[in-house]
Design a protein around this ligand. Structure first.
Ligand code: NAP
Length: 283
């Protein structure tokens, strides 16, 4: 039996950040510091950690980060007003609203308030649609990270059967569209899918985006399939039962150090690209 490849997200992320470092220097020479604004509503500890990690990574690369912390009782109108303020701030190039927001807030309305040229996580309807058409400047970061890992390891996509488990607007649906645009045959599964295990067993590429720890089982995996675990659950646990899937897979992403670090690198890349676009438009 051939050896299983461990798809190393830290290595893929490091390569992306190395390229960014040069571009950030180029912008700095012109007096521009790419800036990502993150908005956190409430005090969910995991969300606070994600936001802190993104801010730290910005600083490490010589980018700027602006943090907007709003109390849990913030209304939809107040959140939208905060987003409009960032939309109008020429020093801010990308806006990330940390998801999920408290349930009383109309999250969709808040996402829609982000200006398309600052929508670095592809959360607006227009950004989502552009991705579906295959010409988004900034597709959702986790789906883009999954594609970056597949491409970095030269994993063939065209003609392959990709099975995506999950249909959320930030992950399952956009990654399904990206795989389809790259000529995979895509099956998107969800909580009402019947005989899920049988469908997953057809997949040459399996993407787990379920939000349930160790959900995907080894005997669902076709021998030689590529398994991408986009999940992240408490205690650093993915949506794939890594131990049972590893022996069946030709290649697999670990959790942590798989999709997660590449997602952050892509977010920074999109922010740098937004700054570069703005610089070109004011030249
Ligand atoms: P989500 O919005 O909760 O969506 C979960 C999806 O899984 C839904 O489409 C749901 O189906 C489906 N599902 C739930 N139970 C299922 C079952 N028993 N069988 C088949 N499908 C089922 O979650 P998300 O935001 O897409 O996140 C998914 C995972 O990715 C989570 O573990 C999250 O932590 C992780 N994530 C990681 C990153 C990163 O940077 N690495 C970023 C974002 C998210 P229905 O539509 O029918 O409800």
């Amino acid at each position: 039996m051939t050896e299983t490849w461990l798809l190393d997200g830290n290595r893929v992320a490091a390569a992306i950040k190395e390229d960014l470092a040069h571009r950030i220097q180029g912008l700095a020479a012109r007096g521009i510091v790419p800036c990502l604004a993150t908005i956190l509503v409430g005090d969910d500890p995991s969300s606070a950690t994600y936001v802190r990690m993104k801010g730290n990574m910005c600083r490490r690369l010589g980018m700027q980060s602006v943090r907007v912390d709003l109390p849990a009782e913030t209304t939809t109108e107040e959140l939208i007003a905060a987003i409009h303020k960032l939309n109008g701030d020429s020093q801010v190039h990308g806006i990330l609203l940390q998801h999920p927001v408290p349930s009383h807030i109309d999250e969709r309305a808040a996402f829609e308030a982000i200006r398309i040229d600052k929508d670095v996580d592809g959360v607006t309807t227009l950004g989502f649609a552009q991705n579906a058409f295959g010409f988004a400047d900034y597709p959702s970061c986790t789906p883009a990270a999954i594609m970056a890992i597949l491409d970095d390891y030269n994993i063939p996509i065209e003609g392959k059967h990709a099975v995506v488990i999950g249909r959320s607007p930030i992950l399952g649906k956009p990654v399904s569209a990206m795989l389809l645009n790259r000529h995979a045959t895509v099956t998107t599964c969800h909580s009402r899918t019947a005989r899920l295990d049988e469908i997953v067993r057809l997949g040459d590429i399996v993407v787990a985006a379920v939000g349930k720890p160790r959900f995907v089982q080894g005997d669902w995996i076709k021998p030689g399939a590529v398994v991408i675990d986009a999940g992240y659950n408490e205690g650093n646990i993915g949506d794939v039962d890594y131990e049972s899937c590893f022996p069946h897979a030709a290649a697999i992403t670990p959790v942590p150090a798989g999709v997660g670090p590449v997602t952050i690198a892509i977010l920074l890349k999109h922010t740098v690209e937004a700054a570069e676009r703005q610089a070109r438009s004011i030249r």
